[in-house]
Design a protein around this ligand. Structure first.
Ligand code: FES
Length: 94
């Protein structure tokens, strides 16, 4: 078991930077950092938390989060089921 890695996440449009551990969801890290990020199901299906990954990489905890292949290709992500795999910049909403 490797130790979790500490990354940073920047939440746009406010530009708030928070600590983002590799073993915590991006949503949890944003919330702990004081970012007011919308959420509902917290399980990757309702899409309330959707955002666009402006930079960086995430890995999903579930096989197929509620995003189409096109949306994924365009960089949309669901922070409630996404774990950071690098420093990330994520923009709220569509
Ligand atoms: S809170 Fe429902 S998909 Fe993220």
């Amino acid at each position: 078991m490797t130790n979790p890695t500490l990354y940073t996440a920047v939440a746009e449009p406010d530009g708030i930077q928070v600590d983002a551990m590799s073993d915590e969801t991006l949503l949890a890290s944003l919330e702990w950092g004081g970012v007011n990020w919308p959420s509902s199901c917290r399980g990757g299906s309702c899409r309330t938390c959707i955002g666009k990954l402006r930079s960086g990489q995430v890995q999903y905890s579930i096989e197929w989060p509620g995003l189409t292949a096109e949306e994924k290709a365009e960089g949309y992500c669901l922070p409630c089921v996404a774990y950071p795999r690098s420093n990330v910049v994520v923009e709220q909403g569509w």
